[in-house]
Write a protein that binds this ligand. Sequence first.
Ligand code: ATP
Length: 691
Amino acid sequence: MHSPTTDATAGATTDPLQRERDHLASSRAALKAMREDVESLDLRDVTGTWVSAAVLQNQIEQRIAALADLAHTPLFFGRLDYLHAISEDLSEGGGGERFYIGRRHVHDADGDPMVIDWRAPVSQPFYRASRKDPMDVEKRRRFGYTGGELTAYEDENLSDPAEADTRSALLAAEIEKPRVGPMRDIVATIQPEQDEIVRADITGTVCVQGAPGTGKTAVGLHRVAYLLYAHRERLARTGTLVIGPNRSFLHYIEQVLPALGELDVAQATVQELVAHVEVRGADSAEAARIKGDARMAEVLRRAVRSGITLPTEPCVVVRGSRRWRVPAYELVEIIEELKGREIRYGAAAEALPQRIAHAVLLKMEQGGEAPDDRVQDAVARNTAVKAAVKACWPPVDPVKLVHRLLGDAEFLAAAADGILTAEEQRTVLWAKPARSAKTAQWSAADAVLVDEAADLVQRTPSLGHVVVDEAQDLSPMQYRAVGRRCSTGSATVLGDLAQGTTPWATASWPEALHHLGKPSAHIEELTQGFRVPDEVIVYASRLLPAIAPGLAPATSVREAPGSLTVTPVADDPTATAAVVDACRAALAHEGSTGLIAADARIPLLADALTAAGLPFLDPGTETTAEARLTLVPASLAKGLEYDYVVLDEPAAVVAGEPDERTGLRRLYVALTRAVSGLHVLHAQPLPPQLG
Ligand SMILES: Nc1ncnc2c1ncn2[C@@H]1O[C@H](COP(=O)(O)OP(=O)(O)OP(=O)(O)O)[C@@H](O)[C@H]1O
């Protein structure tokens, strides 16, 4: 590999680095020209109504934003020299054999490409080509930047069997870069096994099991960007959604897609998706587990349909001087037929008046009349028909239905008979049912039940693609809620069984995918860790036999000797001086520091930091060069990362959970947040599983 440094004396035509800088300068000029072209568009001649003008104006503004040249974001980060010319459609009209790979497509005044979008097919070998399979690439070049300036490059001559495989210094530098601010994109350094997931076909659902820091979140976000590129129109129509565990996490990742030029991706927590009721209450772990169990789907189905009543009276429709009578047995047949069909309760309720009206029409025809469709519609709206429908197939309000189910023991018993045991029924019933659905103390699990009931009544619209991160913590009923939001689309499911910390955490991916409604999804595993240094991941992996026996420990791409320190401190649970000192020492390094502690110890540590004059942030608040310390309750650490982590009292983190396995899993999450250094301080003995 070759890594020249800047040589200002070299001539522009002979110095290869200067030639690359020239290409950068002309690419930036071309991007500027593209932006100016869009800015100069005059809408007055082309738009019809003010609505279409507003839509077009909005699209133009988005396009201008997407064409911004960000000073610190390299316009291209790689180059591919192909051995042979490439076919026209792969090269986006370029037809040449050298391509610069960047975040977005840039072309010159003749339309010839200067930079190719990393998502284009011709860019794929940048991520996948190897000496074993060079994919017709002669040379792969990576560029290094310092403060927006192109300062170095590195070559791999893939077709040269004599060249030795060495690790890329630019790649290592990119991975080691201090972490201040929100999560960054990884377009320049996506690894082959990650790229396979990023570019997997849109029609299939992919599930990724991956140890901490293997890039699951990064891969999920880049996959969305890729799918939007490859299926822009389809996804613009159907929509895409990224689901994360909480708002702090969503704030942390929210900049990645906009940095990749994708501004239209919705982000939400599962709780936000099912916000039919205001969550004000909490369940016991056991009640939440039962409410999240897939058996509740059948309980709800029965409850929704419990009001269906077979008529014993005929329906008599009076029109003019004549009376038409649909006898009870015919009404029963119609209702039984609708009950047997797999359609939503609400759709059946809409079909029922038409069915009864149709029966009336047949009688009219038998009586010598010649009614048309308008007569059928009029009969369907007849008060007698409406009354019959209301009596046999009463409207269901999902919120009121679940309110009744959880407050009325008899109603629950009827719906749950043979499904939930008497003990389970007692557990899920509200101790003090509220008078009305409005004043009920709804829990998060209740809201998911309401969502299921709502879907039984009216189909939930499906999006084109949904990414669900930290999926191991979802209950079966939550998987169902996510699954109905991609019932006609596909999903990317990301998670780590060893990091499951809910009482209903996923035990197996095939089972979770079944609840999601995507049983034939591919399951991929990522084991190469990018975040956590080797020494730290080896230490944390000691917990694996206790928390997820079947899982292979992650490897680390990064060796950082001395990255782990474990310090016993004085046996005084209120002593915090050592922790404050450790934070101060961590802050002496560049980058971010996270102090992670059991939730119960957060107030004590917050006071200690304040008394010591160390300002700190809450998780989810962006770190900056000035504010680099975050105080993180262990319950919010999932998915986040800091250059340096100070971990306070592991035993308290374990004790903060209802059972030991969950406690050790919480500890595993806390131990795997550090990029450069982890300092563990403990007054109590360490959990024996840490050895
Ligand atoms: N190919 C890559 N090149 C450079 N950095 C990478 C690469 N893949 C992942 N990373 C970095 O590694 C870190 C961890 O990635 P990410 O948060 O996506 O992992 P994760 O598997 O979701 O972790 P967790 O299980 O802890 O949530 C991030 O800083 C990410 O940018």
